[in-house]
Design a protein around this ligand. Sequence first.
Ligand code: FO1
Length: 317
Amino acid sequence: METPIESRYLIITGGVGGAKLALGLAHCLKPTEALFAVNTGDDFEHLGFAISPDLDTLIYTLADMNNKEVGWGRMDESWQFMDALEQLGGPTWFKLGDRDLALHTTRSRMLADGATLSEATAHICNSFGISHRVVPMSDDPVRTTVHTNDGELSFQHYFVRDRCQPQVTGFEFKGIEAAVPQPEILTCLENSRGVIICPSNPFVSVDPLLNLPGMRHALSQSPAPVVAVSPIVGGTAIKGPTAKMMRELNIPVTAEQVAHHYRGVIDGFILDEQDVSLHETLDVTTYVAQTVMVTLQDRVELGRTVLEFINSLKSKT
Ligand code: FO1
């Protein structure tokens, strides 16, 4: 009799905001109880490196190595490479720290040698002493493209080079039709205890994963309740361009609209206390909590609250 794979929580995250809750959940769950599934729509090739920003943000955060001011990249960083690159007239809009470069070099070398993104991620996590399992949403390339009123932009050009200024008209996930969900995610969903969608940008950090062929079906067939934490609090986004995107897409900037965006996927939705007026008014079960995370304790408390909420929702079978 094969030992059953222990039932785990699936944690879907992307970006700096998502990584905050992911860290809180990592403090609440043993390594065998969690699988972190990370957005790779932000990935791009730059200066010859294969760069996976959301994987790196989560990895540095779980390893407590992340730059606490901006949330991405490493603390204890130096910028000799960028200074020398500038002397050579190279592009400096995407900041690559000297120590961070070693990660991009390692991932790029492993991929060039035929390793999968999952294998490269596992090696990096092991090297940094991360015991929780972190996987990309897919080992196949998916690239988020932002449609704006002055043309198409790659995600990092939109987000970093142009500082989210262009007016968004839509999104496209290039390569997604041919992309397969990372197999461990599908296996996890077969007997998962719960699925958590972190307070990441729904359009560019969560939708790439949800739109992978077969992913929505796997989520609906899973016995696990699916819970999302609202990234919109009191009519604005705590972090990043979510609110600006919603305005430009003519979507009211409310937590209610985020719940609507996830309709058909979520069984529960966690509102911030500032949105208590929405509690029990949506067509999905809601829970009210402090979702703005400033301290590590805030992150752990929210993780605990999310797990209690999920466990209070009955299994879907
Ligand atoms: N975000 C920025 O706003 N400016 C940067 O120069 C920048 C560099 C960077 C380098 C490595 C990395 O892993 C992430 C980096 N990010 C930077 C964040 C990145 O743009 C992510 O896509 C965002 O966190 C949104 O997910």
